[in-house]
Design a protein around this ligand. Structure first.
Ligand SMILES: Cc1cc2nc3c(=O)[nH]c(=O)nc-3n(C[C@H](O)[C@H](O)[C@H](O)COP(=O)(O)OP(=O)(O)OC[C@H]3O[C@@H](n4cnc5c(N)ncnc54)[C@H](O)[C@@H]3O)c2cc1C
Length: 383
């Protein structure tokens, strides 16, 4: 591993996570997106100015052309420092690389710099009430009128739409087209009269995701990524970036959560229970396996095309994390049932339990990952 690079990242984080930013440590995790938002946005700018966002992007667009290994090191050190959860991860991790690969030069110059500094935040408008796992069933439509696209339809589960300035919207631009044909990938400004965002209250009591209604929303005709009608190909490319380096570095955060669960089990006395001890040991072993699998995935990604490792990794970490949430509840014992404070203030471990229920759904549910492994790796007939 690149020890010089690791020391540089660690040193920078130590020197900069000070003053007001020291207060932001750990803020804003899943189910806690509302925490310290302005402060986290200021932190995003600090990171961007120092060149610590968008590490893998080409230098021409403000990146460092960091290797995958360096990106993983960065994410590991970031999690180790318990630095604030990023406000711009959808821009940096999903739409940014898609614009780099599919955008025109003009689109790159327009959209990439504000992503680097967190000046413009993005959300992902794929899922609809009738198009989740079956994404090709997208019904939201857009038509060209003069110099604009006019968009009508509904998206759902749109993470952070309430904070976003822009949305990348998969929509049908060829009337009468079916499945993955006739779709386009539009970049749509969120702050306009034709866009209505309705937050959905989740188990955590917070609203990480939303319904988004487009009713004659508009975007400039130039804001299509890739050719009109070729949106499916672009949309799949974005999904490929979703499982990138940040996911590989996430185990450091998992390890911290695991240690908190162990500490809770010690504190409440649940650690005396032999069955719970077994479950904790098993969980720790699985965490080690996950680390080794991450290294394997990294080598396969570095070698080019991602193989089944990507689906195995998603299935493995999400199922593990959900079980960790269940272990947290067992470790807390009766405490798990009582809110920290009224009306619904949850402790970190209660939140971990509730939010981790979603891990096996987003970014491709466990059932879909198993289908992929069954068909592409085991050669079983299509489900
Ligand atoms: C926390 C969270 C954040 C999200 N953020 C976003 C976002 O920002 N943008 C966005 O566009 N979407 C987002 N999503 C949506 C997510 O991509 C979908 O929830 C997911 O694709 C599943 O779709 P669905 O909810 O419509 O369930 P469905 O597709 O209706 O599935 C229901 C159940 O049936 C199973 N199932 C479906 N098809 C098959 C099959 N062929 N074989 C076996 N089982 C099957 C599924 O696994 C699931 O258990 C988010 C979801 C969550 C939970």
């Amino acid at each position: 591993m690149d020890t010089g690079f690791r020391a540089e990242v660690r040193g920078w984080l130590e020197a900069n996570l000070t003053g007001e930013f020291a207060e932001a440590r750990g803020l804003g995790g899943p189910g806690r997106e509302h925490e310290g938002f302005d402060l986290r946005r200021a932190w995003e700018r600090r990171l961007g100015e120092a060149g610590w966002t968008c590490l893998g992007w080409p230098k021409a667009y403000g990146g460092r052309e960091a290797t995958l290994e360096q990106q993983v090191v960065f994410h590991e050190e970031y999690a180790r420092a318990n630095a604030p959860h990023r406000v711009g991860h959808i821009g940096e991790g999903l739409i940014g690389p898609t614009i780099v690969d599919f955008g025109t030069e003009e689109q790159r110059r327009r959209f990439l710099p504000p992503i680097r500094y967190g000046d413009e935040l993005w959300c992902q408008g794929y899922s609809e009430p009738e198009a989740g796992s079956d994404l090709a069933n997208v019904q939201t439509r857009a038509e060209r009128r003069g110099g604009e696209w006019v968009i009508t339809g509904q998206k759902v589960w749109t993470s952070l739409a309430h904070l976003a300035d822009w949305c990348f919207v998969l929509c049908r631009t060829e009337p009468g087209s079916r499945r993955h044909h006739g779709l386009s990938y539009l970049l749509v400004p969120m702050r306009q009269p034709g866009v209505e965002v309705r937050p959905i209250v989740q188990l955590t009591g917070t609203s990480e995701f939303n319904e988004v209604f487009f009713d004659g929303a508009r975007t400039d005709a130039t804001n299509v990524l890739g050719a009109p009608g070729d949106g499916w190909r672009v949309a799949l490319a974005t999904l490929g970036y979703e499982r990138g380096a940040s996911t590989l570095g996430q185990q450091i955060g998992f390890r911290r959560e695991f240690e908190e669960v162990v500490a809770a089990a010690r504190r409440t006395g649940a650690a005396e229970d032999p069955v719970l001890r077994d479950r904790l040991v098993r969980s720790w072993i699985e965490l080690e396996i996950m680390r080794l699998n991450a290294l394997r995935t990294m080598s396969s990604l570095a070698a080019g095309e991602p193989g089944p490792e990507v689906s195995i990794a998603k299935l493995y970490w999400s199922e593990w994390h959900r079980r960790l949430g269940e272990l947290a509840v067992a470790a807390l014992g009766d405490e798990a049932l009582v809110a920290d404070a009224g009306p619904y203030e949850l402790s970190e471990l209660q939140r971990l339990y509730l939010f981790s229920r979603a891990d096996t759904i987003y970014a491709g549910s466990s059932e879909i990952q198993r289908n992929i492994i069954a068909e592409r790796t085991l050669g079983l007939p299509r489900a």
